[in-house]
Design a protein around this ligand. Structure first.
Ligand SMILES: [Zn+2]
Length: 342
């Protein structure tokens, strides 16, 4: 090896041991920066060694160059290590910046469906109704038969559901809770049954296989259709506003006779006709009617003494009207941009 190369190699060694001493003595960021300039800057010690490379024997250049690069990398790594060591050694008091904006804790909100459900419950509780609950997994007996829907009844098709083994199914309405409540107690009964229901519907803007319902039931001596109309009217005016009108149309449900569909006058156009009510002035809400005496047979109430009315409503339908939501699916998507608005 030529003498010139030997000289540079020994210089490299000298610079390395010099650097080792310097880096060990670093105790501040300022000192670290000084050392960096001495060794790595454009006029630093390493650069001056690199500048000698060109004068070397071409065969020896790669070896010396590799040695120089090794030292350069080592210096860079050691300085980085030193830098992070200096950073983490800082006391928490030094690194606390009181001028930074604080982190706002995010609070959840009550889901819009549950808000509406709570409102419905409050209105009916104010009229003396009790809130009753029942299982979401029901038997065919409670979901259909005891509600006067025998096995071959066509209305079962409209309520096709998810069946489980041993004649269990996911309830298609909360009406089974009415049967369970009547089995437990004698009249007078005045209850609502809020809860989750299931049907084999394909999801679209107005259908969901999972939805929420509130069903109401009142059984006592001398209860008439006029009481039903009064209660629905009072509910509509409490929920929306004092001007809402209620209209009943003939309908059919196996567990009520006579049965009716009820509508509210459109809350958006006051019955004048608009896009939401499809220019009819009315919003379809749900069904109601007088309890069919056959249902009383299943719970051992005497229909010669007692009469009653029942009504239902979809929580999603009311929430959609109340908040002007046009697609039912958005309630179940857990999209925080939607949920944060409530
Ligand atoms: Zn309207």
């Amino acid at each position: 090896m030529a003498q010139q190369s030997k000289n540079i190699l020994s210089e490299i060694q000298g610079v390395e041991s010099e650097f080792e001493k310097e880096v060990a003595a670093i105790d501040s960021v300022t000192k670290l920066e000084t050392v960096r300039i001495v060794f790595l800057s454009k006029k630093g010690k390493l650069q001056s060694l690199f500048s000698h490379l060109g004068a070397l024997d071409p065969q020896e250049r790669p070896l010396v160059g590799a040695e120089l690069n090794r030292l350069k990398n080592r210096i860079q790594e050691d300085l980085l290590e030193k830098k992070s060591a200096l950073g983490s050694a800082k006391s928490p008091v030094d690194s606390f910046d009181p001028t930074l904006p604080g982190k706002t804790p995010s609070f959840g909100t009550i889901h819009p469906l549950m808000q509406v459900l709570g409102e419905i419950e409050n209105i009916f509780m104010g009229m003396g109704f009790r809130v009753e609950e029942g299982p979401e997994i029901e038997t065919e007996f409670y979901n259909f038969e005891a509600l006067n829907i025998p096995e071959d009844h066509p209305s079962r098709d409209m309520q096709d559901t998810f069946y489980l083994p041993d004649n269990y199914l996911l309830r298609t309405h909360t009406s089974p809770v009415q049967i369970r409540t009547m089995q437990k107690q004698r009249p007078p009964v005045r209850m609502i049954a809020p809860g989750r229901c299931f049907r084999r519907d394909t999801p679209d803007a107005t259908h969901s296989p999972t939805f929420h319902q509130v069903e109401g039931l009142c059984v006592d001596k001398g209860v008439s259709f006029a009481d039903l109309k009064g209660v629905i009217m009072a509910f509509a005016r409490k929920l929306f506003d004092a001007e809402v009108k209620v209209r009943f149309r003939p309908g059919f449900f196996p567990f009520t006779e006579p049965s009716a569909e009820y509508d509210f006058s459109c809350i958006f156009c006051s019955g004048q006709g608009c896009r939401v009510c499809k220019n009819t002035g009315w919003l379809e809400i749900s069904g109601a009617g007088m309890v069919d005496p056959a249902v009383f047979g299943f719970v051992d109430y005497d229909p010669a003494i007692y009469t009653g009315y029942a009504f239902g409503m979809g929580v999603e339908r009311i929430a959609m009207l109340k908040y002007q939501v046009h697609d039912i699916r958005i309630f179940y998507e857990n999209d925080l941009r939607f949920l944060r608005q409530f």
